[in-house]
Write a protein that binds this ligand. Structure first.
Ligand SMILES: [Zn+2]
Length: 225
């Protein structure tokens, strides 16, 4: 049975690079793949931009109202017609921006169409809240795999703190408006709480204690080998 995989990580954890590598691995064996991404990601239009400088265009872009299942079927038919080969894998970049029903379609594609689906994305937004697509993927994916990156302190980064003009900001829309000087820094939980003054989820959850030492102590992060 084919499976739906969710490979998630903080920003700068090399998700796009890993996805392009996975596509390459299939193609090296003479297999066909389809690449897709949501249209809300405007960084490269149709392009998948890896931090290592590798870029590649997706086969189709998914708009918020799009039916991913039927779009996949159409693209699959196109590949069959042009190459005589079936699609061996669907790879989805920036999957956090899919809608929940589009993620449901990914599971249907894996199970009903027997095509593995590899979805790559960020788990949570700058306020530590799951993106809708990521939440659904965490709920229904057969396999979850974390792609790791390092915080400035050397621990594993799990959160994505937003900066505007170089200053940390903890309020605002989930998806920042293009054009503003918005950047992100991947932080561990301790550094995030240090910067936010102990606030998670924009203060909607009660602050139990202030930062670092409570959760982590001063020992090494055993989860990041
Ligand atoms: Zn840190």
């Amino acid at each position: 049975m084919a499976k739906l995989y969710f490979r998630y990580g903080a920003m700068n954890s090399g998700k796009s690079t890993a996805m392009l590598q996975a596509a390459y691995n299939y193609e090296e064996r003479g297999q066909q793949v389809l690449l897709a991404k949501p249209s809300i990601d405007t960084r490269g239009d149709r392009g998948i931009v890896s931090r290592l400088g590798v870029t590649r265009d997706v086969d189709f872009v998914v708009a918020p109202e799009d039916d991913v299942y039927s779009t996949f079927e159409r693209e699959r038919a196109r590949v069959r017609q042009s190459t005589g080969l079936d699609v061996s894998c669907l790879l989805v970049d920036e999957a956090q921006f899919l809608t929940e029903s589009q993620v449901d379609d990914l599971l249907r594609i894996a199970i009903i169409e027997a095509v593995p689906v590899l979805a790559y994305g960020i788990r949570t937004d700058f306020q530590t809240v799951a993106f809708p697509g990521s939440r659904r993927l965490l709920e229904i994916a057969h396999s979850l795999e974390e792609l790791k990156t390092i915080c400035r302190c050397g621990r594993k980064a799990v959160f994505n703190a937003r900066k505007i003009d170089g200053e940390f900001v903890f309020d605002g829309d989930q998806v920042a408006i293009d054009g503003a000087e918005v950047t992100y820094e991947s932080l561990c939980g301790a550094c995030y709480l240090d910067e936010s003054g102990g606030v998670l989820n924009s203060g909607r959850n009660r602050v139990l204690a202030t930062p670092a030492e409570v959760a982590y102590g001063s020992g090494p992060d055993a989860d990041f080998a």
